[in-house]
Design a protein. Sequence first.
Length: 345
Amino acid sequence: MRIPRILTLTLVLFGLLLQRPQPARAAGEDDRVAKLERAVESLSFELDQVRKAVDDVFWFQRLGDVAEVDKVTYVGPPNPRGEETYGIANERHPFKVHQYVFVPKGLDRARRHPLIVLPHGGVHGDFGTYHVHIVREMVARGWVVIAPEYRGSTGYGRGFYEAIDYGGLEVDDVVAGRDWAVETLPFVDGKRVAIVGWSHGGMIALLAVFDHPEKFAAAYAGVPVSDLLTRLGYLTEEYKGYFSAAHHIGKSPYEAVDEYRRRSPVFHAEKLRTPLLVHATTNDRDVNVVEVEGLIRALKAAGKKFESKIYQDAPGGHSFNRIDTPYARESREEIYRFLERYLGR
């Protein structure tokens, strides 16, 4: 892919230029530097959109033998930070969300089948083709799979990126994706829907079933972000900046404890009504096991029935059961057996 490589090289060169020590600037030079910085940032968003377009092609190529692949657009709640345009108020503009749809080839569409909602992980992440093997395993069981690219995901431009609402409206986007599938796909059984997520996606899975237990028959949360207050205490300033950015929460945990608490599953454990399986590993360098241990204690204290397993230094750390190893496949089989108890095939 020559074009993305050229764009990447351009970004690197611009970055090096901006980082070089600069002599005193002549009049007007600050404006030129600011324009250059904005151009680099704009180019970065364009590069993300190119990469996403390439990734979309790969989805069709790599799963076309076992699934009918589609990508649709639906709506979630309006962006509260959106600008009023032409005098039309923001609340009249539901936010447009993109979603991958994977339907097993040869599916008997005269019957209704289970649905898996699969939100991706990562702050400003996206549903990349590193999920291919997982989707392939799910459709092989006769499950329809949807993957919402909720607000804040990368690959859809600056406006979409800056609409991020971690642990807030992004969860509503994912639930709206579930509702779209149940309402639009006549072969989906609305009573047999599960949500499956890892890391940030695991956090979304937890918050979705806490707030909408009637919409999900089961949930899996792998290495889930569980406590933002704890998390931002052990991660870097750069990571904290995603949350305190003006286009996001706009305040640090110090300034807005209640806001971060609201977005943390550990503080909502008493709301669990859905069969739940939680996995973590002691050598996770992204979501430290201390977060998941806190979630498990909170669920137990609330008297909730659920299943959990903390692996001891599982090979692969944070990605231990998403990679392509026998160990990972064995762990995923445990997940699928759990889901089959509540979904069937």
